[in-house]
Design a protein around this ligand. Structure first.
Ligand SMILES: [Zn+2]
Length: 416
């Protein structure tokens, strides 16, 4: 901006306690803090007493003594989908097995069927309440995966809906192409042919339409082999797209080491991660995304190797994995609590996992995830006594205000 100098701001937040979550000691607390915004970015942050003399701001926001944090980031969701699978939940609680449910056309295939059948408008409308639940908790960035279309048109529809969510609601959306999520029924017994379609037809077409920020796969006994996953990664690399992976959720397939070899952004789930995978992730800077919602809903017992990840210095993120079958959860704060309760993360680790490390898992750490000058002014103001409160309870923390790219969100979200 011409003529702008330090101290010429659009908005100045005062009467706030800051938790910068910039990775320094603790939560980066600044008790009597101030944060200035210019052109949608953080222009200045620090103790109020250190404000430059002669500052001016077009508006001053009084935070009422609340805690101002970076907006939260949900870095792993399948939030765009149609249909409902609570009937399966009821049946499973009556003792019906997954296999029996799958045989009668339930499970992921049921969500694929419903998502394929939905129009783009219907898919958008179905996804909206889930997104709004996240936004009400101070979430300002969401990753959204495809993977319930499993054919070019239906995958494109999912990703267009994801883009439309980002354009219509006050939230930053990062899209991930997950064509290699499951084998669609029409390719039964022909995984190679389907991976061909993913690599040669779907991915290039979707990338050309600007719908793909990253590429993911489900590397598992019941998903795709490491060899098939590698083919998808090569196709992504040829298009210059970063990769991430559903890895080591139910068994150790060597997926974490594979995604690390491709300089992947993240390996997600990781309950069955071994020492080799951890070392590879540490060397590549690949983020470990923990998904306690799926662990909880599947009543898993094998814990991800949190201490070994810490010891190796692997950055840890936490996300909802919001999906209709294995993690019907649209509350990132609940996921943070689960990460602490079930996986023994500290509240500090959980909060870094939903801010700066989540940004890293999406490849946008230079832009969001902490309160630092130059980053986007994505903020959430909380009525809490301490930052740890956000991970300590469930349904107890009130979000007082949210700022996206420097703009304070209306109390009720209105669609364009
Ligand atoms: Zn997932």
């Amino acid at each position: 901006m011409t003529g702008a100098h330090d101290g010429d701001w659009d908005t100045l937040w005062t009467h706030v306690q800051l938790a910068t979550l910039d990775g320094r000691e603790g939560y980066g607390e600044i008790p009597d803090g101030a944060l200035a915004i210019r052109a949608g970015r953080i222009g200045w942050v620090g103790p109020r007493r250190d404000l430059p003399a002669g500052w001016t701001a077009r508006s001053v926001e009084d935070g009422g003594g609340g805690w101002l944090l970076p907006g939260l980031i949900d870095c792993h969701t399948h939030i765009v989908h149609a249909g409902n699978r609570s009937d399966e939940f009821e049946d499973r609680l009556q003792g019906v097995s997954y296999e029996a449910i799958a045989r009668r056309g339930g499970g992921i295939v049921a969500t694929v069927r419903a998502t394929r059948a939905a129009s783009e408008d219907e898919l958008f409308a179905a996804s909206l309440p889930r997104v709004e639940s996240l936004l009400a908790e101070g979430v300002t960035t969401i990753e959204i995966k495809s993977g319930y279309g499993l054919a070019l048109d239906a995958e494109a529809k999912m990703l267009r809906v994801a883009r439309r969510i980002g354009a219509s609601l006050p939230v930053r959306v990062r899209t991930t192409f997950l064509g290699a999520h499951a084998l669609p029924p029409e390719f039964a017994g022909r995984p190679d042919d389907y991976v061909d379609a993913v690599c040669r037809e779907m991915l290039p077409a979707l990338a050309a339409e600007g719908l793909v920020d990253a590429v993911d796969a489900f590397c598992e006994n019941i998903g795709f082999t490491a060899g098939e996953t590698e083919r998808v990664f090569r196709a992504a690399g040829a298009l210059g797209l970063p990769v991430k992976l559903h890895a080591e959720q139910l068994s150790d397939q060597g997926g974490a080491a594979l995604v690390a070899r491709h300089r992947g952004l993240s390996a997600d789930h990781l309950e069955h991660l071994g020492a080799d995978g951890i070392a590879a992730m540490a060397a590549a800077g690949t983020v470990a995304v923990l998904l306690p919602g799926a662990f909880y809903f599947l009543r898993e017992t094998r814990l991800p190797p949190v201490q070994a990840l810490r010891d190796a210095g692997v950055p840890i993120a936490v996300a909802t994995d919001c999906n209709p079958g294995t993690s019907p959860l649209a509350s990132l704060l609940t996921a943070l609590n689960m990460a602490c309760t079930l996986f023994r993360l500290t509240p500090r680790e959980a909060l870094l996992g939903a801010t700066s490390n989540a940004a890293r898992a999406l490849g946008i750490a230079g832009d969001v995830g902490s309160l630092e000058p130059g980053k986007a002014a994505d903020l959430a103001l909380w009525d809490i006594a301490r930052p740890a409160d956000l991970a300590c309870g469930i349904g107890l923390c009130r979000c007082l205000a949210v700022v996206n790219d420097g703009v304070r969100r209306a109390p009720r979200i209105a669609l364009d």
